[in-house]
Design a binder for this molecule. Sequence first.
Ligand code: ASP
Length: 332
Amino acid sequence: MRAPICLVVLWLPFAGGCVSTGGSHPPPLAPPGAWAIAIHGGAGTLERDAPAADLQAYRDAMERALTVGRDRLARGDAALDVCEAVVRQFEADPLFNAGKGAACNENGGHELDAAIMDGSTMACGAVAGVKTVKNPVSLARLVMQRTRHVLLMGDGAEQFATAMGVERVPNEWFTTPARRRMLDEVLQERERKVPGADSGTVGCVALDRQGRLAAATSTGGLTGKQFGRVGDSPIVGAGTYANGYAAVSGTGTGEQFLRHTVARTIAARMEFAGESLATAATAVVMHTLARDDGGVVAVDAGGNAFAVYNSDGMYRALADSRGRFEVAIFER
Ligand code: ASP
């Protein structure tokens, strides 16, 4: 029998050192100890002419979340822990469509989705359609760490939550007057338009000082969604993804992110086409997705944080070890 022919792929050990390797380009390299973080609070924002105090409340909440993430990364915490902690903070904040304040489905109830992924090991976990779990992102992490599966949904996820002893709340606890009003509006408009990205979904992506990338996303989904609908957020590769190249969290019309496997496509363009994070993310969000579909936040292994969206605005914030610290909604 003939011995198989071995193909040796060489990765040049410096950033941008791309040679044709028959497929994979090397990930960008960050200087030792560099870190970066990007977070979003949803692509469906208030109108530009909304009361200044309402917009400021979102800016303040984004700044608080970014501060938590920045401080923890600067002191050397793991990207995975930081992503979970930041998303938990958002889940507790009724301004956002995750945890308390989650969007209502067409029946006025809540079905929550979340995912988390460790790009350094490709370990990931997700939950879909959970109804009583106060912090879906933490249950997603338990799926990752305590089961041999990636995604648990519905009753099975609830049963797993019971087994894990995580904090539970009645389904009505997630409702806020603002979310109820949004549902009433969507139901009234249903004859005229399909439910849109109206949201406040939250996400966090991070590169830690050890060079590990992670991503997490949590959402109540789209207001007025059909009972049982699952969006992109808990689907690894669609709304949430991390590998050795990039970590990505999306927000917007989940069906579009699912169709185009948005988060994985961004990382794949970097890996297989040698594109930078900004080029890859911009191509997918501005050219593959349609106007108003939403956007992503992302960080890469080189320590670059990036946000891009094709909607009117996106609650977002970015920080890195070079001193960047930015919060924005509509500014490009
Ligand atoms: N992508 C989320 C979903 O479709 C919603 C959003 O980000 O606004 O469930």
